[in-house]
Design a protein around this ligand. Structure first.
Ligand SMILES: Cc1cc2nc3c(=O)[nH]c(=O)nc-3n(C[C@H](O)[C@H](O)[C@H](O)COP(=O)(O)O)c2cc1C
Length: 423
């Protein structure tokens, strides 16, 4: 064969030199973004992102649980499919939200601003963490078109609460996400073992890490120090660098004495939407509906809080049966594939929410990386919908029972190993 003939059979591709562009070109799924994030981050920070509490049983379960349902396509014509939906009365291009993750500038110098830009481009809501490293006002100014949700901490100090509610309203945050799963900080033993602090303490192993991951360290040292501008301004952490002991206090921020009464008060005081995040008990979902909340986000905090806690998928059907259409139900913890979203919607969810998945994209390739992760999930969802035979999100929700088979009840053996998961 002549060289000119051989060249027609072989495509010559120029090597992609920038690491960010290489990831964007070569990572085809969320797990590959996870691996790219692992290469880019100092080990202790990657463990803080990726790890779970204690024996990480719940972290593993969050992936394995999706294997309990198999897809059962129905034959017939499919159009589209159309992924558009409505969440809390607003149009969303996908049944997906980006859920709050604190301290995002630890992962990338643009932090929450980069995530907000990707969510705005994709046309989906973004929940800003109370412990975000960018202020809610900066997010509002840079992304006025973004559907902005805020992670609101319950507390007994009425003056502080009123001030925070006024701030949310002024910055155009329409929805409060109230977390109920951080009454104590989960014991994340990887972090304890690594002596995790923010900023990372300078030890012999940190110095060795600088040589392995120079890009992260250069970006981190060039960027402004990490602060938490959405905390009460009276808190020192709102304005200054975080020392190791403050970090522990900040992570255990939730007021354990708050309960349903405080939530009812908040319902009366806030005329926007309220999402209760972090329960997996259908009784709590029913109570949330009774006091007039707008949505519940079934979640075990991505396996980072109570180990051995149920996964949202374990209680989704029962939760939906208990409340009917009285409120919207979202699912987070372990979403890594479009087929995960399809299964959750088929079992009664209105949307899914991702935490680590978008952070992997952020670490690996900044705001475009977050955008790619959203696109990958959208493409996977669209392809899965086509292959199972549904054309739209309302159709998927209405015909969910027809396209899923619960392998645990049909006597099939379920392999419970994690599939492409977080570990
Ligand atoms: C690094 C990191 C920080 C987080 N910070 C918060 C937070 O400040 N508030 C909160 O309600 N949830 C927080 N979460 C939990 C997420 O909102 C979400 O419940 C979880 O990440 C979902 O699981 P997934 O990561 O498997 O998608 C955090 C999760 C991660 C990974």
């Amino acid at each position: 064969m002549k060289l000119s003939e051989a060249r027609q059979l072989i495509q010559v591709k120029a090597p992609v030199l920038s690491r960010k562009r290489r990831v964007l070109a070569d990572a085809f799924n969320v797990e590959e973004y996870r691996k790219a994030a692992q290469k880019a981050l100092p080990a202790g920070i990657f463990d803080y992102l990726d790890g779970g509490s204690e024996d990480e049983v719940t972290l593993q379960r969050n992936r394995a649980v999706f294997d309990a349902w198999a897809l059962m396509p129905t034959w017939g014509p499919v159009a589209g499919p159309d992924l558009a939906t409505t969440l809390l009365g607003k149009a969303s291009s996908l049944p997906l939200t980006l859920t709050p993750t604190g301290a995002t500038r630890l992962f990338h110098p643009e932090g929450e601003l980069a995530v907000a830009a990707a969510a705005a481009r994709a046309g989906i809501p973004y929940g800003l963490a109370g412990l975000s490293t960018v202020s809610m006002e900066a997010i509002a100014e840079r992304q006025p078109g973004l559907d902005r949700w805020f992670n609101f901490g319950l507390g007994s100090d009425a003056q502080a609460r009123h001030a925070k509610l006024a701030r949310c309203k002024a910055a155009g945050f329409t929805t409060l996400i109230v977390g109920v799963d951080t009454r104590a900080l989960g014991s994340r033993e990887r972090d304890l073992r690594n002596g995790f602090t923010a900023p990372p303490a300078l030890t012999l192993s940190t110095i060795a890490d600088i040589a392995r991951r120079p890009a992260w360290w250069i970006n981190f040292l060039k960027a402004e120090g990490i602060t938490f501008p959405n905390l009460d301004p009276r808190s020192a952490a709102a304005t200054s660098l975080v020392t190791p002991s403050m970090w522990q206090q900040i992570l255990g921020h939730s007021d354990a004495t708050s309960g349903w009464r405080e939530l009812e008060t908040l319902r009366q005081e806030w005329d926007g939407k309220i999402v209760l995040k972090g329960c997996v008990n259908p009784d709590d979902v029913a109570k949330a509906a009774r006091i007039g909340l707008d949505a519940v986000q079934l979640s075990n905090h991505g396996g980072r809080q109570l180990d051995h806690m149920l996964s949202p998928m374990d209680v989704l059907q029962e939760s939906r049966q208990r409340v009917g259409d009285a409120l919207e139900i979202y699912v987070d913890s372990g979403i890594r594939r479009g087929s995960d979203i399809l299964k959750a919607l088929a079992l009664g969810a209105d949307a899914c929410s991702i935490g680590r998945a978008y952070l992997y994209g952020l670490v690996a390739a900044g705001s475009p990386g977050v955008g790619r992760v959203i696109d990958i999930l959208a493409d996977e969802l669209r392809r899965t919908m086509t292959l199972v035979g549904v054309s739209s999100i309302p159709e998927l929700k209405a015909r969910g029972n027809e396209i899923l088979r619960d392998l645990r009840h049909s006597g099939e053996i379920v392999e419970t190993s994690a599939s492409g998961g977080t570990k």
